[in-house]
Design a protein around this ligand. Sequence first.
Ligand code: A2P
Length: 274
Amino acid sequence: MQQHALAPVDVARPELAPVSGLEIVEVLAVRHWTEKLFSFDVVRPAAFRFRTGEFAMIGLPGEKKPLLRAYSMASPAWDDKLSFYSIKVPDGPLTSRLQDIVPGEGIYLRPRATGTLVLDALVPGERLVLISTGTGIAPFAGTVRDPETYDKFAEVVLIQTCRHRAELGFGESVIASIGADPLVGGFVGDRLRHVTTLTREPHTLAGRVTTLAENGGLARAFGGRGLDPETDRVMICGSMGFLKDMAAIAERLGFEEGANNRPGSYLVERAFVG
Ligand code: A2P
């Protein structure tokens, strides 16, 4: 794990050229969690509006035009910084380069946000259950820091399945710092629970979240109350296989998928993976 302090800008790196429709935003901090995972903060353009849980296109210069990918904002809508959480794909056209950014450099942001993982797309409920695999936790890192979440729900559970312990670091740090959060720190208390499961090494909860949802393991971790469409509202974000399997479980349990124009009892982000 490595925290870049405000390092001097590498003069060998070219400045980003202005591109119509894109903002150039300055990188404020970068944190490498594992060889395959990193997160970073950028300055939020004053005019950029989004709802917590949405995603936007970010990227770097490409051969002919900027190379942009959809990334969830991993910070809430009230924050003046934007956070992102990313995998590093060794041969990935964008992430193989994005992973080398340092504070002071710029990246491109298209200042238009969209997405389904928003509180507005859920009908009222008592408990909000946010279920993710891997980097799918990113939008929920904003949701758990949004006061509106706690206005609407008495209880919030953030669940993440990863292969190895080290991959839980980002989510653990979001949860650990929430007590000091200027807007929600004062009242989150024990209303927010963090449940982690690992699939490739021993852990308190071992196995995929989907398996645990079906064999009762998750209900036990919840203190006896399994997923219930009467009282729970669910958001799902992660790999394509997980989205498919978890949505099927939700449907079997009687949850109904919501959308921006038709609120429901569970939500899936299908626009991108991870
Ligand atoms: P597993 O180790 O059993 O494949 P990945 O790194 O491949 O994106 O996976 C992240 C986590 O998501 C891993 O723990 C992985 O478990 C789990 N996972 C992968 N596919 C599914 C699925 N269809 N349902 C639930 N969990 C999944």
